[in-house]
Ligand binder design. Structure first.
Ligand SMILES: [Zn+2]
Length: 574
């Protein structure tokens, strides 16, 4: 979380003293030895980013004309790692560095191998031609690492071909999934913390890759995680030059803060050549951690008077999340990409969100003050908002005639065969044993159509004239077929020419969902099938109630435009 870290600023403390830091405690790849006959797969890793034109597997594709090349220089903490799915006896390693033009030949670099990922042994040095040849005499190898000698650098790591000669050939080469290889040699009692952090980093690495995606840019897929403390070590954590340093004293004191490595992994994947602007880079990294990875643990640190969008960390993270929620769901990806290519400026908020950054910030603060807990919740669809059913005075309700709009028959007397009609148009129908004539529900009187029909409205936007005088609530008996029908709208037109839009989710007649404004008006122990037989499951007609504005008189009601919403009765009440 240290704002000074940058890939150009190699960490101040001496990594060379650690030597090859990963030598101390790389977690072994395989939990259990595999059968010797299992195919051998190689996963390739780099602490340095590359491009689509020079991906990792081009270092091991048998073609010296294609090659892996990093987009930044290689330094002390960086390495290239090949991880085999199991140890195999190796006769020799032959590694050719540099581009086909002969640039970026490795000279001050070595090749190391390991069986367990803990103890690495030097196998060869690169010669002046940028070639390393190691005679292994059949020694078992599971890890091959290329790193620079201390205090060296090269302007890019270019690997034309890595050739491993073994009686057990490598059959598959792939880029490794993102991984932090940790070293707790200086803080062995942090094993559980480091293991948990490693798993969280691995879990969320692909998500972060996707969120911070930029065309053709291939982020690093590994970082060396060092746990140490002391006066020269960053206070919490810092990332740069292939190394994530976690202050082991901080980790000791903050058992639940393993998510900080997810923030640092965002920096690994950002792989920016400069943190410009720092507030946005840190805001994005905290957005990855707090908004995407562990929102359940997120707490605001916003002072409505003093905070600004460029406060970095959590405040910027929350602001970015607010802008994504209301304006551009890919804002973070776009801003991150702009920072990568040095093109960010504040006008991008206007470009992507349609409002300048100060206006957006004021809006966010107002929303935060109004609802500190809900400010980052997705806006709720009108039909999803909880509501209570209107109260009704007994005897005040007036059924609305649907005779002019009944279009089919949904209610049959038992023993009659609905044939091809019914509620769902496939012959399934309500039984008149439960639905007939006047029906009282919640003190509202409904008038159902006659069994044998017509008694059912398939909603297609029909306009129902209403002549019932002033009313304070509108009531429906209805259902949905073919699943729940969400976010349906009815339009109420008043005699004064004004209108209201009512939103409602309708449950399927077989599966009540208790949507806001919906209750089970009539529960039926069976329905009728096309041939007149009974389907002995429970089916429903639902009741829906809507409050209407006082002192207005309804002139008409326009039904939803969705034939899977089936209306049986309508009433107004006071
Ligand atoms: Zn940071």
């Amino acid at each position: 979380m240290n704002p000074t870290h940058s890939r150009h600023t190699r960490l101040a403390h001496s990594l060379s003293a650690v030597g090859l830091l990963a030598a101390a405690a790389l977690a072994p790849v395989q939990a259990a030895p595999k059968a010797a006959s299992a195919p051998v797969e190689a996963l390739l890793y780099s602490t340095m980013p590359s491009t689509a034109a020079h991906r990792l597997q081009m270092a091991m594709d048998g073609d010296a004309n294609t090659y892996f090349q990093t987009v930044y220089g290689m330094g002390d903490g960086d390495d290239f790692l090949m991880l085999l799915s199991r140890a195999v006896p190796v006769q020799s390693l032959h590694i050719v560095s540099g581009t086909p033009e002969g640039d970026d030949l490795l000279a001050n670099a070595i090749v190391e191998t390991s069986v367990d990922g803990v103890t690495f042994t030097k196998a060869a040095s690169f010669d002046a031609a940028g070639v390393a040849d190691a005679s292994m005499k059949g020694a078992p190898v599971a890890f091959v690492k290329i790193r620079l000698k201390p205090n060296s650098s090269v302007s890019s790591l270019a690997l034309r071909e890595v050739t491993l000669t073994s009686p057990e050939a490598v059959t598959h080469v792939a880029e490794g999934p993102g991984r932090g290889f940790y070293d707790i040699s200086a803080a062995p009692d942090l094993a559980a913390w480091a293991k948990k952090a490693e798993m969280q980093m691995e879990d969320f690495w692909p998500d972060t890759d996707a969120l911070l995606y930029s065309d053709k840019f291939i982020p690093p897929n590994m970082v060396n995680v060092v746990y140490e403390t002391g006066p020269n070590v960053t206070g919490v954590a810092a990332t740069g030059g292939g190394v994530m340093t976690v202050n082991s004293a901080w980790a000791h004191a903050h058992a639940d803060d393993t998510g900080l490595t997810v923030h640092e992994t965002a920096h690994v994947i950002q792989a920016f050549s400069a943190y410009n602007p720092v507030w946005l880079v840190e805001g994005i990294a905290d957005y990855i951690r707090w908004i995407r990875f562990e929102p359940q643990n997120f707490t605001y640190r916003i002072d409505p008077q003093k905070s600004t969008y460029h406060d970095a960390y959590r405040t910027t993270a929350a602001f970015l999340a607010y802008c994504e929620l209301h304006y551009d769901s890919e804002l973070v990806t776009k801003l991150n990409k702009a920072v990568r290519y040095g093109k960010y400026d504040n006008s991008m908020f206007k470009t992507y969100c349609g409002k300048d950054v100060d206006t957006l910030w004021s809006e966010f603060v107002a929303a935060y003050v109004a609802d500190p807990k809900g400010v980052l919740m997705p806006p709720m669809a009108a039909a999803d908002r909880p509501r209570t059913l209107p109260a009704v005075t007994v005897g005040s309700s007036k059924p609305v005639s649907l005779t002019s709009v009944f279009g089919s028959t949904g209610i049959y007397a038992d023993g009659k065969a609905p044939g091809t009609g019914g509620v769902d148009g496939e012959g399934s129908a309500y039984s008149a044993a439960f639905l007939s004539g006047p029906k009282i529900y919640k003190d509202v009187q409904f008038q159902l159509g006659p069994a044998g029909g017509p008694d059912l409205v398939s909603c297609t936007g029909q306009v129902i004239p209403v002549n019932a005088g002033p009313a304070s609530s509108l009531w429906l008996m209805a259902t949905a077929v073919e699943g729940n029908q969400m976010g349906q709208t009815l339009t109420v037109t008043y005699t004064d020419g004004t209108t209201d839009t009512l939103s409602q989710n309708f449950s399927d007649w077989f599966q009540p969902r208790n949507f806001p404004g919906e209750t089970r008006a009539v529960r039926m122990p069976y329905r009728l099938l096309a041939d007149g037989s009974k389907d002995p499951r429970t089916f429903y007609v639902y009741g829906y109630g809507f409050a209407l504005p006082p002192a207005k008189t309804v002139k008409s009601v326009t039904l939803p435009s969705n034939p899977n919403v089936k209306l049986l009765a309508m009433s107004l009440a006071n």
